[in-house]
Design a protein around this ligand. Structure first.
Ligand SMILES: Nc1ncnc2c1ncn2[C@@H]1O[C@H](COP(=O)(O)OP(=O)(O)OP(=O)(O)O)[C@@H](O)[C@H]1O
Ligand SMILES: C[C@@](O)(CCO)CC(=O)[O-]
Ligand SMILES: [Mg+2]
Length: 355
């Protein structure tokens, strides 16, 4: 039997990093997805292997199920309905299983995703042979939430085998999770993100699970209904970086300058709240649309300034900012920064073109 699940990446319109420290953020999912296919061998295959294939990065892993069980047997039977954090000791045990796979040095950054895979797989389905294949439209490690889309699509594929999870009617050829199961899916995906990110806010997995546009603060989401067209350009600087290290860097700066950073986080909170209000408020005519777009651009610019204060911008990001500024367009980094992707609001251009 084979199941295929997919989940979207995201852009953070305002509030990245500050959201880890309790500020509000606004994020929207994008139509680039990660897909996970999961196939169990038939009885006649007489197979005792758990295989994982990361197609985008041409990496294949395989373990004997007996070996995985031996390493993790102290954890007991799986509790799929109770999302559980992977303890530091268990991460160490799983890391041994990953080290044996001899990931080439240039791709060693992907190891945390393999650990997250083994944790989610064994916690939800236990010790069963299977073949899992991961493919993505998203650039990996570029700020568009590839880690969250991976955790959400993988968890969705795993949970779909549980009798307790009911899948809703067909949505463009795909079944969707019912509202109550989305919470379970999101919680497990968060546990995967914790392994990859260290200290995630939960924003990325939440927007990937629930879709559309959300406002998010301290683990709580509010769905947003946009009342204006949001046209954005995404530029990938192609400078690779690691979310875990960037998040840790901001926490270290916060320890060094608690008062100053607290003011920065408060300012971001106000920016995200105002931005959500602007997006949601009615747009009766073209004049109010132009006014709202002006506000949006200014808020994006202010948020970028504060991200620079947090130390997560990068020379490659500044180059994109300078370039878009020549065309009077506002931009900010999106996701963890340090390279990765930059967002540019392009709505005004669209209006002047059409008028
Ligand atoms: N398609 C994929 N194949 C294999 N591993 C993946 C894939 N997508 C994500 N990953 C895992 O996620 C990690 C990248 O996550 P990271 O959080 O650093 O970047 P991101 O999620 O793309 O950006 P951000 O968190 O800023 O939105 C990779 O190192 C890998 O472990
Ligand atoms: C940098 C961060 O705010 C967003 C990464 O996409 C981290 C997080 O919220 O977990
Ligand atoms: Mg990530």
């Amino acid at each position: 039997m084979e199941v295929k699940a997919r989940a979207p990446g995201k852009i953070i319109i305002a509030g990245e990093h500050a959201v880890v420290h309790g500020s509000t953020a606004v994020a929207a999912c994008i139509d680039l997805c990660t897909s996970v296919s999961l196939r169990f061998p038939s009885d006649s295959d007489n197979n005792d292997t758990l295989k994982l294939h990361f197609k985008d990065v041409a990496l294949e892993f395989s373990w004997s199920v007996g070996k995985v069980k031996e390493t993790l047997s102290h954890l007991g039977s799986p509790f799929p309905s109770t999302p559980t954090s992977c303890s530091v000791e268990t991460i160490k045990c799983i890391a041994v299983l990953v080290e044996e796979q001899n990931i080439p040095e240039a791709k060693i950054g992907l190891a945390s995703g393999v650990i997250a895979f083994l944790w989610l797989y064994t916690s939800i389905l236990g010790f069963k042979p299977a073949t899992v294949v991961v493919t993505s439209d998203l650039p990996i490690g570029a700020g568009l939430g590839s880690s969250a889309a991976f955790c959400v699509s993988l968890t969705a594929a795993l949970l779909s085998f549980l009798d307790s999870v009911s899948l809703d009617t067909n949505h463009q050829g795909w079944l969707t999770f019912g509202e109550s199961d989305l919470d379970l899916l999101n919680k497990w995906a968060f546990e995967g993100e914790k392994i990859i990110h260290g200290k995630p806010s939960g924003l990325d997995n939440t927007v990937s699970t629930y879709g559309n546009i959300i406002k998010f603060r301290s683990g709580k989401l509010t769905r947003i209904k946009s009342n204006m067209p949001l046209k954005m350009l995404i530029t990938n600087t192609k400078v690779s970086r690691n979310t875990k290290a960037l998040v840790a860097g901001v926490s270290e700066r916060t320890l060094r300058h608690p008062d100053a950073m607290s003011s920065v986080f408060n300012a971001v909170d106000s920016i995200s709240k105002e931005l959500a209000t602007v997006i949601e408020s009615p747009t009766p005519d073209d004049l109010s649309l132009t006014e709202k777009e002006g506000k949006l651009e200014e808020l994006i610019e202010m948020n970028q300034g504060l991200l620079q204060c947090m130390g997560v911008s990068h020379a490659s990001i500044e180059t994109v900012l300078r370039t878009t500024l020549k065309y009077k367009l506002a931009s900010k980094l999106t996701g963890a920064g340090g390279g990765g992707c930059v967002l540019t609001v392009t709505a005004n251009t669209a209006i002047s073109n059409s008028s």
